[in-house]
Design a protein. Structure first.
Length: 450
C-alpha cells in the first residue's frame, strides 16, 4: 500500500462524507439566522415555523426520491446532483428579499440534504474495506457534527443586520468543494455490479485492496438478482424484518431528542446566568465537544462494534434526560446554582453519549444492513423516517414544553429505555463483516445475530 494510494483512498471517503457537513450545517445554522430574520421581515410565529420546517419537509421528500435516483444515476451521480441542488438552494435563501423566497431556498436545500443523508452512508460503506468500514463510514457523522459546529461559529461571526445572508450563503463553499472532489472519485463498485459493469467494479475494489470481495459480491448478485421492486420489502418476511431494524434505529435516533438539545442548550445556559452572547459561545463549546467525541467513536467503532454502543449509549442518555427532568421538575435550575450546573452537565454528557452511540452508529449501521438488491429504497424509507422523527419532535416539543419542561425530559428518558430494548432485541452486530456476509446472515436470520 503506497502513501499516494492511501491518500487517494482517504480522499474518496473525505469528499464523499462532505455531504454530511452540508446536512449538519443546515441543521445548526437556522437557530442563529432566525434571530436576525424574524425582526427584519416581521415574521409571525407560524412563519418562523415554516422557515424551520421547510428544510425538514424538503429532507423527507429528498430522502424518499433518493432511492430511485441512486439506483439509476449511481451513488456518486446522486451525490453530485444533490450538491448542485444544494448550491442553488443556498443562493436562493441568501439572496432572498421575501419570506417566501427564504422558505423556498430552505426547501430546496432540504431536498439536497435529504438525498445526501440517504446516499452518503451507502456510498461510503460500499467503498470501504470490511475491517475499517465503521471508521470510514463514520466520517459522515464526524462531518455532520463538524457542520453543526461550523454553523455555531458562523452565527457568532455574523450576528447583526443582514448577517443571516452570509450564514446561508457561505455553505456554497463546501458544496462546491463537494462537487469538485466527488467528481474526481470512483463510483460504488456494488452499484456498478448492479448496472452490469462488473469489470469496472473489480478494478475499483482492486485499487482499494478489496479485490477478494469481488467474487463474493458477484456470486451474491447472480444468485439473488440485483434489482428488486421496493414492494418486496413489505412482502418478503426476511426483508421486512431488516427494514424494521433500519427504520427503527433511524426513527428512534431523532425522537431521543438530540435536536431539541441542540436548540435548547442556549436556554439552559441563559438560565444559569450566562449573557446571550456568552451562551452562544458556550454552546459552540458543546459543539466542539461533540466533534472531539465523534473522533473517539471513529477510533473505537471497528473494535467495539455497533450493537454494544447502541445499548449502553441509550442507557446513558436515558439517565441524563431523567436527571434533567428531575432538576426542572423540582425548579432547581432557576437562578443557576448547583442544580443548574447539574442540568448543564447532564446536557453535555447526553451529547457525549449520543456522539459515541446513536449519533454515528445509526448511519454506519444503515449503510451496512440492507441487502444490495433493495438497498436504495430501504435506505430512502429509513432516512425518510429519520426526517419524520425530526419534524415531529420539532412540532410537538414547544407544545410539550408549555405543559411542563420536566415532563418533556422524562419522556425523552423513557424513549432512551425503548432504544435500549430495541437494540438488545433487534439490532445485529456487523463489525468486521463484508456487506455480502451481512446480507447472507440477515436474510436467513430469524433472530438477531449477537
Amino acid at each position: 500500500m503506497t502513501g499516494s494510494g492511501s491518500a487517494s483512498r482517504f480522499a474518496t471517503y473525505f469528499f464523499g462524507a462532505l455531504g454530511g457537513l452540508l446536512f449538519g450545517y443546515d441543521l445548526g445554522v437556522v437557530a442563529g439566522a432566525l434571530l436576525l430574520i424574524e425582526p427584519q421581515f416581521g415574521l409571525s410565529p407560524l412563519q418562523t415555523g415554516f422557515v424551520t420546517s421547510s428544510l425538514l419537509v424538503g429532507g423527507m421528500i429528498g430522502a424518499l426520491t433518493a432511492g430511485r435516483l441512486a439506483d439509476r444515476q449511481g451513488r456518486r451521480g446522486l451525490v453530485l446532483l444533490a450538491g448542485g441542488v444544494f448550491t442553488v438552494g443556498c443562493l436562493v435563501a441568501a439572496l432572498a428579499n421575501s419570506f417566501e423566497l427564504i422558505v423556498t431556498g430552505r426547501f430546496v436545500m432540504g431536498l439536497a440534504v435529504g438525498a445526501l443523508a440517504a446516499t452518503v452512508p451507502i456510498y461510503l460503506a460500499e467503498l470501504a474495506p470490511a475491517r475499517h468500514r465503521g471508521a470510514l463510514s463514520g466520517l459522515n457523522q464526524l462531518m455532520i457534527s463538524t457542520g453543526i459546529l461550523v454553523a455555531y461559529l458562523v452565527n457568532l461571526a455574523f450576528d447583526d443586520g443582514s448577517g443571516w445572508r452570509w450564514s446561508f450563503g457561505i455553505a456554497v463553499v463546501p458544496a462546491v468543494v463537494l462537487l469538485i472532489g466527488v467528481y474526481l472519485q470512483p463510483e460504488s463498485p456494488r452499484w456498478l455490479v448492479k448496472a452490469g459493469r462488473a469489470e469496472e467494479a473489480r478494478a475499483i475494489l482492486a485499487s482499494r485492496g478489496n479485490e477478494h470481495e469481488f467474487a463474493e459480491l458477484e456470486q451474491l448478485a447472480a444468485s439473488h438478482g440485483v434489482r428488486t421492486k421496493a414492494m418486496e420489502l413489505l412482502r418478503d418476511r426476511r426483508l421486512r424484518r431488516i427494514l424494521v431494524i433500519g427504520v427503527g434505529v433511524a426513527f428512534l435516533q431523532q425522537i431521543l431528542g438530540i435536536n431539541t438539545i441542540i436548540y435548547y442548550a442556549p436556554t439552559i445556559l441563559v438560565d444559569l446566568g450566562f449573557e446571550d452572547s456568552a451562551a452562544l459561545l458556550a454552546n459552540a463549546g458543546l459543539g466542539l465537544l461533540t466533534v472531539i467525541v465523534t473522533v473517539v467513536m471513529l477510533l473505537l467503532v471497528d473494535r467495539i462494534g455497533r450493537r454494544r454502543p447502541l445499548i449502553f449509549g441509550a442507557v446513558g442518555m436515558s439517565g441524563c434526560m431523567a436527571t434533567l427532568g428531575l432538576v426542572y421538575f423540582t425548579g432547581g435550575i432557576t437562578g443557576g446554582g448547583a442544580a443548574g450546573w447539574l442540568a448543564f452537565g447532564s446536557l453535555a454528557l447526553f451529547k457525549v453519549f449520543f456522539s459515541l452511540s446513536w449519533g454515528g452508529m445509526v448511519w454506519i449501521l444503515l449503510g451496512e444492513i440492507f441487502p444490495l438488491r433493495v438497498r436504495e429504497p430501504a435506505m430512502g424509507i429509513a432516512t425518510f423516517m429519520n426526517w419524520t422523527g425530526n419534524l415531529l419532535v420539532g412540532l410537538f416539543f414547544p407544545v410539550l414544553l408549555a405543559i411542563g419542561t420536566g415532563g418533556v425530559f422524562f419522556l425523552f428518558a423513557a424513549v432512551g429505555v425503548l432504544c435500549c430494548v430495541f437494540a438488545i432485541g433487534m439490532v445485529p452486530e456487523t463489525k468486521g463483516k463484508t456487506l455480502e456476509q451481512i446480507e447472507r446472515e440477515q436474510t436467513r436470520a430469524s433472530a438477531p445475530q449477537h
